[in-house]
Design a binder for this molecule. Structure first.
Ligand SMILES: [Zn+2]
Length: 593
């Protein structure tokens, strides 16, 4: 398919027509009615779920659940995508809330299935696992992995009930308090009131006073409430410990998340340990950045300071062609898949007022092609983003043979195809770019991203581990702040000056409040891809089938098994070190430029 050379691509909007023609259409009404009927029919199966449920009934029940989920996902996806077209559209907003409510109710009404399945005795579970066949096996098995930590039904109900007014209420309160903060900064002689997102744009400003002012104001505001926000964190952490370690008997607070990711505890320890051994790598990067900015030493305020001097722009059509060429060079079928997404009108690429910012790829029902949202402005970073989101789309399409439960990869593997596609594109850009400034900007952006997704997240996770431990032994908020400062000192060594207000950074990280120990998955995914990319560079073509197999497996096997089949041992520290070696080469390259 060589017409990619001649075909031009234009910025534009997507069509949601393959989901629904609109929210107030007879098709949508029929779908909602149908879903209600299907959930009602599923509830009637409840009595059939006994230890001696027949294989035939069991298979029928899970297929029914699959059908219901596919329909629910299509309705939900329409609501979400329509809203992201224009977040100021009241109708879309109302419709999305209505759908969220319906979905939550349906989930509660069908919860009995997973509770029954987890409680079932091993012998009968084994018998029914066979009946489910290979396609449902991992999904069913992973549900049962939680069996040893599951309480009786009345106990589970009490936990759920108390969570609404306990942990969840505290999280909502944290969000309510911190989302109404207004930040005041003086920008060029004028005092402006900014949201957090607007404020943090200043961290990327070429003006060093703006960068300092952004962080000083951020931690002035969070620090004022530090003692209260810190108390909330202490309470949430104790709740996590009481429920998971004391009552459910997990071996440690982080094990809960590890089991959800299906990653063994010792693998996470290895990942965090190897990362700690590589702190000097990013310190070296920051020292080099200081030199380029003409500073003796970088302040913590300056780590995202732009060194960019090029303002090179890439027209959209060129960005698409470059991305398609990267795919076709790697594997021709990938180019074909990406082109199908364009040709089906699944891409919303233009910048529009009210449209959701950033970029994403949305895949729901495996029978439908994915949708991609971009806000394309022409910067080199936007070209990488385009490749990233099409990586996601290809991942979904390669795995489309799986059912709705096993189609998506688990979190640690979810960024594999996207980050890999970005690597292919960055290599391509570096190949064709002769301008040293442009090359330097591209590499800097890549290492900046690697820092933010790897080391920063690893140190958050290390802090969480320490904080959970300290809080269970009664640590005060001051002691936690002191521990946070020594965490930063460990991470940055002598490479950065860290102002004292950074002791409040930890109370400003929503992830550690909402999803304890979630953050290491980002580092896992990024390092995995770097290490795989290193293998690709070393091996060439013979690597490709193994890589495609990883993608094609979707979420139908455990991460351990998927990687083992690709010849990757995630227990081996040298594998993770391979990921850091890729970053190291990029830093070497930058030092040369
Ligand atoms: Zn992504």
């Amino acid at each position: 398919m060589t017409d990619s050379v001649t075909k031009t691509y234009e910025l534009g909007r997507w069509s949601l027509g393959d989901l629904f023609p609109g929210h107030e259409t007879k098709e949508m009404q029929a779908a909602l009615k149908q879903l209600e009927n299907k959930v009602g029919a599923f509830e009637k199966q409840r009595d059939k779920l006994t230890p001696d449920t027949s294989e035939k009934d069991f298979l029928e029940i899970i297929k029914q659940l699959e059908e219901n989920t596919r329909l629910a996902v299509r309705i939900d996806q329409f609501a979400g995508l329509w809203f992201s077209e224009d977040t100021q559209n009241q109708e879309a907003q109302t419709f999305q809330s209505k759908i969220e409510q319906i979905m939550a109710e349906h989930q509660n009404r069908t919860l009995f299935f997973s509770l029954w399945w987890k409680a079932l005795d091993d012998e009968n579970a084994q018998r029914l696992l066979k009946a489910g066949g290979e396609e449902f096996e991992y999904w069913l098995r992973q549900m049962r992995n939680f069996k040893p930590y599951t309480l009786s039904e009345p106990e589970e109900k009490i936990v759920n009930l108390k969570d609404v007014t306990g942990a969840k209420a505290l999280q909502t309160l944290y969000s309510a308090i911190t989302n109404r903060y207004a930040f005041k900064v003086n920008v060029d002689g004028e005092t402006k009131e900014l949201t957090r997102a607007e404020l943090m744009k200043l961290a990327y400003s070429p003006d060093s006073d703006h960068r300092a002012a952004a962080y000083q104001e951020l931690y002035r505001v969070f620090g004022d409430d530090g003692p209260i926000l810190g108390q909330m964190y202490q309470a949430l952490t104790r709740d996590w410990h009481n429920e998971n370690v004391q009552v459910r008997k997990f071996s440690s607070p982080i094990s809960v998340r590890n089991l959800g990711n299906d990653i063994p505890d010792e693998v996470v320890d290895t990942l965090l340990g190897v990362s700690e051994e590589n702190t000097r790598l990013f310190q070296r990067f920051f020292k080099m950045k200081a030199k380029l900015l003409g500073l003796d030493k970088l302040r913590r305020y300056d780590i995202y300071a732009p060194v960019a001097s090029s303002t090179k722009e890439y027209p959209y059509s060129q960005a698409v062609s470059m991305t398609l060429e990267c795919f076709s060079d790697f594997e021709p079928s990938m180019e074909l898949m990406a082109r199908r997404v364009f040709e089906a009108g699944r891409v919303d690429s233009e910048v529009r007022k009210g449209k959701r910012s950033g970029a994403f790829c949305s895949s729901g029902d495996p029978a439908l092609l994915p949708w991609v949202l971009l806000n394309y402005t022409g910067a080199a970073r936007d070209v990488s983003t385009l490749a990233h989101e099409f990586g996601h789309a290809i991942h979904a399409m390669v795995a489309e043979k799986h059912n709705v439960f096993t189609y998506h990869s688990s979190l640690p593997l979810a960024e594999t195809a996207s980050t890999f596609a970005e690597m292919l594109l960055v290599d391509r850009l570096l190949e064709i770019e002769t301008d040293a400034d442009v090359r330097r900007d591209i590499l800097f952006a890549k290492v900046d991203d690697a820092y933010a997704t790897i080391m920063r997240q690893v140190y958050f996770a290390l802090f969480e581990r320490q904080a959970h431990d300290m809080i269970s032994q009664g640590a005060s908020i001051d002691e936690l702040s002191a521990a946070y400062m020594s965490n930063l000192n460990g991470q940055f060594g002598d490479a950065l000056d860290i102002a004292p207000e950074f002791k409040w950074e930890w109370v400003s990280i929503p992830h550690i409040y909402y999803y304890p120990f979630y953050v290491y998955a980002y580092a896992f995914g990024q390092l995995l891809v770097f290490a795989l990319y290193e293998q690709y560079k070393a091996e060439g073509d013979s690597f490709k089938p193994r890589y495609l197999e990883i993608l094609a497996t979707g979420g139908s096997k455990s991460p351990d098994e998927i990687l083992k089949r690709a010849g990757v041992d995630m227990r081996d520290p040298t594998f993770w070190q391979g990921g850091f070696n890729v970053v190291s080469k990029m830093v070497d390259e930058l030092e040369k430029l």
